[in-house]
Design a binder for this molecule. Structure first.
Ligand SMILES: Cc1cc2nc3c(=O)[nH]c(=O)nc-3n(C[C@H](O)[C@H](O)[C@H](O)COP(=O)(O)OP(=O)(O)OC[C@H]3O[C@@H](n4cnc5c(N)ncnc54)[C@H](O)[C@@H]3O)c2cc1C
Length: 421
């Protein structure tokens, strides 16, 4: 294990350096500051705008206006931190230093990696060029959920395809959420019977945690959606409105099938950002190699991580970040004080599956699919579609995100204590 020592000779230096000013980076900065107001924190984040990505599904379903899903980065960047508006290109963990795109370096005592994940648009042949016209859309592309909603409103008959790539992806339920909200709109507008809705999932099951499948299956039946498993979108031709799916058989063989469409909601395969994937910090799958409970790197004791970049086996969601940020904050403070780490993350993640406009199946689970409901069953039964969960997602969660989570108020997120303590 490496031990934190400040590097002499670096151009700049902070006690804590955070890479990424998304949901995870801003939340963890606020949680550290809440615990120790004197901690000197630098945040590296290239973007001008901070996005509330969980809202994009709602934009695609005509529920939210696009404007409510973003704010200028300067509005969410904590005033107590130093903001470097640049990209990190390299991490030099042996030297306790990161390198930025402008060539400068920043030294750290503790490094927190929160750069999210990379949407690999070119992993599907022709998709990038096809997006935004000829009915090809994706709620995963920033700014494109409005086009999804436009396509949904315009489609009166034909074929609508919804694809889901291999896991892991962020918000594993989001490919389905787009499909259910679209189908609900078509049903309410009496055109669903003229639309052939197909769900093509690279995986083998409807949802990874079996307890939620019956409720989702009821909506698949209600909307008469045809489901295809182990069917992976591999190519798109926008102008000819054709998609190619690779269907894997149980004998290990695969065949390609071309399907014409009037609307295609595509989700790209996803991976860790290159500067993590190709570094010594990655696990064998390219994700950040973290201990499941402490979220400390397995080999470098002064490096932590959280959010979508993590190689831990939780659902990659902002809801996971809500629980991870206080854990990382506590363990970082302990590390700086040379004390043992006491906080543990139990793998919580949540996926609010918008099965219709007005009801949600609120999937909440931890490592190994163990259910971790936030509310008693009488208030909200997560295995059923409920109005209470819709109210939470549509009316409460955006404000909780901007004003509670990003500010370090830690709503329902007290860290568990590590069993050895
Ligand atoms: C369509 C959709 C629907 C979703 N629905 C839900 C939902 O209902 N509920 C839920 O909880 N979650 C949902 N999510 C997932 C949620 O948005 C993510 O899990 C969450 O944003 C992860 O936070 P993060 O900080 O790890 O990544 P991000 O929020 O993506 O932030 C990463 C930040 O790192 C920065 N960065 C990247 N590379 C570098 C670099 N080299 N140097 C410095 N900075 C860098 C980026 O600019 C970005 O600001 C959804 C996501 C999508 C796309």
């Amino acid at each position: 294990m490496n031990h934190p020592t400040a590097q002499v000779g670096s151009e700049k230096q902070h006690t804590v350096v955070i890479v990424g000013g998304g949901a995870a980076g801003i939340s963890v900065a606020s949680s550290i500051h809440k615990r120790d107001r004197d901690t000197d924190i630098g945040i590296v984040e290239p973007s001008d705008t901070h996005h509330y990505q969980p809202g994009w599904t709602m934009v695609g379903g005509g529920v939210f206006r696009p404007e409510v899903t973003s704010k200028p980065m300067s509005d969410v960047m904590p005033r107590f931190s130093s903001w470097y508006q640049d990209k990190v290109t390299t991490i030099e963990p042996e030297a306790n230093r990161i390198r930025l795109a402008d060539g400068s370096t920043i030294g750290y005592e503790v490094l927190i990696l929160a750069p999210g994940l990379e949407l690999n648009w070119s992993g599907i042949d022709g998709l990038d060029a096809a997006l935004g016209s000829n009915g090809v859309t994706s709620n995963y592309r920033q700014g494109m959920a409005s086009y999804t909603w436009e396509m949904v409103q315009n489609l009166k008959k034909g074929t609508a395809l919804f694809s889901q790539p291999p896991m892991p992806i962020k918000c594993a339920g989001a490919p389905q959420k787009a499909m259910y909200l679209s189908s609900d709109f078509w049903q309410k507008n009496h055109c669903l019977s003229d639309i052939d809705v197909q769900f093509h999932n690279a995986g083998a099951v409807l949802f990874g945690v079996a307890d939620y499948v019956p409720a989702l299956q009821r909506y698949i039946d209600r909307y008469r959606i045809s489901t295809y498993f182990q069917s992976t979108l591999v190519a798109v031709n926008g102008p000819s409105r054709k998609a190619i799916f690779r269907i894997s058989g149980s004998d290990g063989r695969s065949e390609d099938r071309e399907i014409g469409f009037d609307m295609l909601h595509a989700v790209p395969p996803q991976r860790a950002p290159g500067f993590i994937r190709e570094s010594v910090l990655a696990n064998e799958s390219g994700w950040l190699d973290l201990a499941d409970d402490t979220l400390c790197h397995k080999r470098f004791s002064n490096i932590f991580g959280l959010g979508d970049v993590s190689g831990t086996a939780n659902a990659k969601t902002a809801a996971a970040v809500r629980k991870q940020a206080p854990v990382v904050a506590e363990n970082v403070i302990s590390t700086l004080r040379k004390a043992p780490m006491t906080a543990a993350y139990l793998g919580y993640g949540s996926c609010p599956l918008t099965v219709e406009n007005g009801r949600i199946v609120l999937a909440e689970f931890g490592y190994n699919g163990v259910l971790q409901p936030s509310f008693p069953r009488w208030l909200n039964d997560g295995t059923q579609a409920t109005r209470a969960a819709w109210w939470l997602k549509a009316k409460q969660l955006p404000a909780l995100y901007w004003h509670v989570m990003l500010k370090g108020h830690e709503w329902m997120a007290t860290p568990a204590v590590r069993s050895s303590h």
